[in-house]
Design a protein around this ligand. Structure first.
Ligand code: ADP
Ligand code: MG
Length: 439
């Protein structure tokens, strides 16, 4: 079989397993370069396509060739840049040097592998709406939230989704530092024209961690004009920040109001169930399986930063592997016990007395019948911490809180779960209480 026919048969074989967008974007412009014994080389038209094929579709590719050739094969890739059609050469040349560092979005981050839960579902829905109607519905989309909650992942997932819908979109992704550095360099080298042309030709502009614009007046001025121009031609912008625009110090009011003029959504730290689901997803990515009870232990050892959660998972997997231990909860618990940052190791008496001193109320009031607001919230926080972190049963919690019914405890705990995702003040209080318990 010659290469062309083989490739054709190959495409026929894989097509049913792929979405049409994926097939078009990643396979239709890829070619079979050579077949030598069991070594197959594929030519892709960009590094992005190569990376995606390599990371996401390799098993499918290998299986299809094995089926067609009746033997196992080893796949490798080369890149041959093809000239982009319908784009004049000048633009292509201009775009190439600046496109390479910024437009290659890490294909690891997709909307498909973003786990959705109560803490991030609004942000996720907004990202999807933007993919459906870029530049129209929500411009800019402003995502904010603490460290490691998934802002960058969601923004790049959105970018990758847009790119797989239309491979010719000019997407610029950069950190706010990159934009600032480009601005400073442009001034020094008298190349403001280039800078403007570069950023203002974007169809999609993604800027990460915009809080670092704080106090950078020149950058803000330049960005303001870029923003206006992109908005006027319906180019979609997505910005992330660790806090909402109103809370970014030394940010010009006109930028604050521009940012607020689109859609602002926050991503909260994930709740326990979402943390477990994320760990499951990460296990699959790493090609391992852990029993759910083991994952729950890891999920309860860290509460807000998903990057750290993933780091811990990898540590656990490696340690168990090198020590040749099974993935049973006992072994995972042992590992977590050795880790420097421990989950709350304390008893319910300590938790209750810490809550009392934090809110400046007496234990008698906390566990008593009074139902003032100043007592109800601390009580709910107590129910939540005793249940989620100390893992006491609801019956036991009712008992230590002055003989309350277990349904009251369940209600209080669930109320807190909801509030944590909605109410920043409650979240701050909870973090404060936790810190004091751990110190
Ligand atoms: P941030 O930009 O908010 O600091 P990142 O987007 O860099 O956080 O996320 C940190 C890590 O956690 C990344 O590895 C990311 O893939 C992972 N992560 C965050 N949220 C999710 C999620 N909802 N589903 C799967 N992985 C997630
Ligand atoms: Mg980030």
């Amino acid at each position: 079989m010659d290469n062309l026919r083989l490739w054709h048969k190959f495409l026929e074989t894989v097509k049913p397993s792929l979405s049409s967008a994926n097939f078009r974007t990643f396979f239709s412009k890829t070619l079979l370069e050579s077949v030598k014994e069991d070594k197959i080389v594929l030519t892709t038209s960009s590094a992005f396509i190569k990376e995606t094929l390599n990371q996401r579709h390799l098993p499918l590719i290998e299986a299809a060739f094995e089926k067609l050739l009746g033997k196992k094969v080893v796949i490798s890739f080369t890149i041959k840049e093809t000239t982009v059609e319908n784009q004049d050469q000048e633009e292509t040349d201009f775009f190439k040097p600046i496109q390479s560092p910024t437009t290659i979005l890490n294909p690891k981050y997709t909307l498909e592998n973003f786990v959705v839960g109560p803490s991030n579902n609004v942000a996720y829905a907004a990202a999807q709406a933007v993919v459906q109607n870029p530049g129209i519905s929500y411009n800019p989309l402003f995502l904010y939230g603490g460290t490691g909650v998934g802002k960058t992942h969601l923004m790049l997932g959105l970018g990758n989704a847009l790119l797989s819908k239309n491979g010719r979109l000019k997407i610029i992704y950069c950190s706010s530092e990159k934009f600032m550095n480009d601005y400073v360099t442009a001034i020094q080298e008298h190349k403001m024209g280039d800078l403007r042309k570069r950023y203002r030709m974007a169809d999609i502009l993604l800027i990460d961690d915009i809080q670092f614009f704080s106090g950078r007046e020149g950058t803000q001025e330049e960005f303001f004009h870029t923003f206006n121009e992109l908005q006027s031609k319906n180019s979609q912008m997505v910005l992330t920040s660790d806090r909402p625009p109103q809370e970014i110090a030394k940010l010009e009011d006109r930028l604050k109001s521009r940012f607020a003029g689109g859609l602002m959504v926050d991503i909260q730290p994930p709740d326990f169930d979402t943390r477990v689901a994320i760990l499951q997803a990460k296990c699959i990515e790493h090609g391992s399986v852990l029993p759910e009870d083991s994952l729950k232990l890891i999920a309860s050892s860290l509460d807000s930063n998903i990057r750290e959660l993933e780091g811990k998972l990898i540590q656990v997997l490696q340690t168990l592997k090198t020590q040749n231990l099974s993935t049973d909860p006992e072994n995972v618990a042992k590992f977590l016990g050795q880790a420097p940052k421990k989950p709350i190791t304390t008893d319910h008496k300590q938790v209750l007395s810490t809550i009392c001193s934090f809110f400046d109320i007496s234990l008698k009031d906390l566990t008593g019948p009074k139902r003032q607001k100043e007592l109800v919230l601390p009580r709910h926080i107590a129910m939540y911490i005793l249940s989620e972190e100390l893992r006491l049963t609801v019956e036991k919690i009712g008992q230590v809180l002055g003989g309350r019914d277990h349904t009251t405890v369940m209600h209080g705990r669930d109320k807190m779960k909801q509030l944590i995702n909605k109410d920043r003040e409650v979240q701050r209080l909870l973090i404060g209480v936790r810190q004091r318990i751990m110190s």
